[in-house]
Design a protein around this ligand. Structure first.
Ligand code: GLU
Length: 304
């Protein structure tokens, strides 16, 4: 029997002593206010054992981690028709790059770069009268926790400064790949990214990807094939233009966000979430990647 708690404790002690903690994202001004010294780590096994250390119960801005949950919601309603508007190839470029979108006629490479996530947001806006409420309820239901909220200051801060996302949405619109008005889609998208969750809540919400599409309460949210495919997209596209490095160092499907969170999972085994707001040059949490590399090395539990 593996002693997960002491493994997490060891990792925690090791990574918080690192001098170079990376840099907190500042292009969304409100995110720059977060204390770089936060560090949380939470693990939940498929059969429900939970282990946590550090700031694993402090809510933080999940940012791009929300793109996976939004994709799951859209896929559960629309199935593979969403692939008419999106690809599933890694972009090899930063998450907010625009040139590829222009060259490839407004079809984003994958749902986790910003342009792809904006298409998914458009699908959600078309599906629901009140998409913000529906998305929040979806995540609360997956987690079994009503204490999950949007951070309105962060949404507002991004709305005021999200120029590249406005550019991407306008390009999508010009190519006919956005059904709703740019303002409406981005108003929803910024709010979706501004969801705040703790490491523990994120771990729980991602259980469906480790459990063949069934959430914590054994309710089928996605087909087995959809869960498998979303895991594949996380592995190949979940870490900006560092997905190869993450597969190489850690060896798990997962998703990072500029708020400093990383969630990763081993299908049929566990989900693990880290939070450390300092990012490396590619936009992934510096200590989060280190912690996850240590976790799969110490436990020898990766997909490879
Ligand atoms: N809301 C952020 C953006 O669109 C999300 C970025 C991220 O976490 O990768 O720029």
């Amino acid at each position: 029997m593996m002693d997960y708690q002491s493994i997490l404790n060891d990792i925690h002690a090791h990574v918080i002593s690192e001098k170079d903690k990376g840099t907190v994202a500042s292009y969304i001004p409100e995110l720059a206010l977060i204390d770089i010294n936060n560090f949380g780590l939470h693990l939940r096994t498929k059969n429900g054992e939970e282990y946590g250390v550090g700031d694993c119960n402090k809510p933080f801005s999940i940012q791009s981690i929300s793109k996976v949950l939004a994709l799951a919601l859209a896929a559960s309603k629309k199935g593979s028709t969403i692939l008419n508007r999106l690809g599933v190839e890694p972009s090899g470029h930063p998450f907010n790059q625009l040139a590829l979108l222009e060259i490839e006629n407004g079809i984003p490479r994958n749902p986790f770069i910003n342009s792809g996530a904006i298409v998914v947001a458009d699908i959600i806006v078309s599906l629901f009268n009140d998409p913000k409420v529906e998305f929040l309820n979806y995540v609360r239901n997956l987690t079994g926790d009503d204490n999950i909220h949007y951070n309105l200051n962060i949404a507002k801060s991004e709305k005021e400064t999200g120029f590249r996302n406005y550019a991407a949405a306008n390009l999508l619109k010009s190519f006919g790949n956005l059904e709703n008005p740019v303002e409406e889609v981005l108003d929803y998208y910024f709010m979706q990214c501004a969801l705040e969750m703790t490491c523990q809540q994120i771990t729980k919400s991602f259980h469906l990807f480790a459990n063949k599409g069934k959430c914590l309460f054994e309710k089928s949210q996605l087909s087995e094939q959809q869960a498998k495919r979303i895991n594949a997209i996380m592995l190949t596209c979940g870490f900006y233009d560092e997905a190869g490095e993450f597969a190489f160092e850690v060896g798990l499907p997962g998703k990072s966000g500029v708020g400093g969170g990383i969630v990763a999972l081993l299908p049929d085994h566990y989900v693990i979430t880290t939070w450390s707001p300092g990012l490396n040059k590619k936009g992934n949490s510096k200590l989060g990647m280190l912690a996850l590399e240590q976790f799969t090395t110490k436990t020898q539990l990766s997909i490879f």
